[in-house]
Design a protein around this ligand. Structure first.
Ligand SMILES: [Zn+2]
Length: 420
């Protein structure tokens, strides 16, 4: 309802001048223009300048699933009492719960938000979201975003006694809830799935149209069933790759959400926004979220450390080199698929270096331009692989006889490491 009212003045503003124009044109050819019967107010043009927004604000997105009194699956369940206590804690800590659409408007530079905000999301479409969580949220006056997978909503193929219905979603929509997409059948989107109906794995040929339907189709279904605009996609299980991301952006989504908790900032890329998934047996996740601590964006993402031996690093781990301007190289195939532009190489004493990364071969390389100094050199490489952060580090030694005083330091800012 709110939306319709909000749109009405805009519709008037857009349509009236056109109507008046055609009316005038029709009238002028036949009879003198009568005094207009409707006073058309000249709406001043909207100010082109964007509002001054606080780019330093920070946002956490909380993700929930089910609300039950007796927790049996602590990875996706929470008691109503614990949920209510968390909602109270947001209030007590002065964290403003904002609608998802306000968060996105802020990211677009169109709307200001308070310094510390939270967005509440509930996944999958369990009826406890409607029956238990929603009344609590209403009590606090908090907005909510529901990420639903369409076949999990009654009477969908994978819906059951615990599922919400489209009628309940419509009721929530009318009360201001934001309904967003979470695929059609809730499966790992990165590979051809096992089809639960035909009881076989889909072929690569069948995969593309299937994926398209999961990503773009789920958006269309929700938009058609509820008459809303769907602009957010939460990938099932947080699993995605570049292809899934591309498809989602092509399908018209504005934001893609994963499950790795991250403090979000104005600059956080909207195609992979982390959420803090709240689990009954991990109270630290909520505590970490509301502390707004840690580094922004990737700071709290768990890092998977990959051993240098599987990456064919050069110079090798523990190797002693005589050439003090070595070519440093690693084959990152062992990292798995890597997000474009996410590879960062750091070298002890130099910091981040402009390493070259070949996306085809996944080889990252850096030609050291000036002589390295010290007894050893440590290389750290980090990259984002889907929802994870992967890293490796290794150390090679610099030959002692190559370290004659006149050959070091390599750079005036680097001092040789003390002997250990
Ligand atoms: Zn889910």
């Amino acid at each position: 309802m709110l939306n319709r009212f909000a749109l009405f003045p805009l519709f008037l503003a857009l349509s009236l001048p056109t109507c008046k124009k055609s009316q005038n044109a029709a009238l002028s050819s036949s009879s003198p223009t009568p005094a207009p019967t409707v006073a058309v107010q000249n709406t001043p043009a909207p100010t082109p300048a964007k509002p001054v927004i606080d780019q330093s604000a920070e946002v956490i997105v909380l993700g929930y699933h089910r609300f039950v009194n007796k927790v049996k699956r602590p990875d996706t369940e929470i008691t109503p009492a614990a949920f209510e206590a968390q909602m109270q804690e947001l209030k007590d800590k002065g964290i403003t719960v904002i609608p998802m659409q306000d968060f996105l408007a802020w990211k677009r530079g169109e709307k200001s938000i308070p310094p510390h905000c939270a967005v509440i999301t509930i996944d999958d479409g369990y009826k406890s979201g409607y029956e238990v969580a929603w009344p609590i949220l209403k009590k606090f006056g908090y907005p909510v975003t529901m990420f639903v997978y369409t076949e999990g909503i009654k009477p969908g193929r994978f819906s059951g006694g615990e599922s919400m219905s489209w009628e309940q979603l419509a009721e929530m929509r009318d009360a201001g809830a934001d309904i967003q997409a979470h695929s059609v059948t809730h499966q790992d989107l990165r590979k051809p799935p096992y089809d639960r109906l035909t009881k076989r794995r889909l072929s690569q040929e069948e995969y593309e149209p299937w994926l398209e339907n999961e990503v773009a189709g789920s958006k269309q279904i929700i938009e058609q069933k509820l008459g809303v605009k769907v602009n957010c996609f939460a990938v099932p299980y947080g699993f995605y790759n570049e292809h899934v991301k591309e498809l989602a952006m092509k399908a018209g989504y504005e934001a893609l959400f994963t499950v790795y908790g991250q403090k979000l900032t104005y600059g956080s890329p909207t195609d992979s926004l982390g959420r803090y998934m709240i689990e009954a047996n991990k109270p630290k996740v909520f505590a970490e979220a509301v502390s707004f601590g840690g580094m922004a964006v990737g700071g709290s993402v768990p890092v998977a450390e990959v051993g240098p031996s599987v990456l064919s690093v050069q110079p090798a781990d523990g190797e002693t080199v005589k050439n003090l301007t070595p070519l440093i190289k690693a084959n990152l195939v062992g990292f798995g698929p890597i997000d474009t532009g996410s590879v960062v190489m750091r070298i002890s004493g130099l910091g981040v270096v402009p390493a070259a990364y070949d996306a085809k071969t996944q080889i990252v390389s850096y030609q050291v331009p000036r002589k390295l100094s010290g007894k050893s050199c440590t290389v750290i490489i980090e990259a984002k692989s889907g929802t994870k952060k992967v890293a490796t580090h290794w150390t090679f030694n610099l030959a002692a006889d190559a370290l004659k005083p006149e050959e070091s330091p390599a750079s005036p800012t680097i001092s040789p490491r003390p002997k250990k």
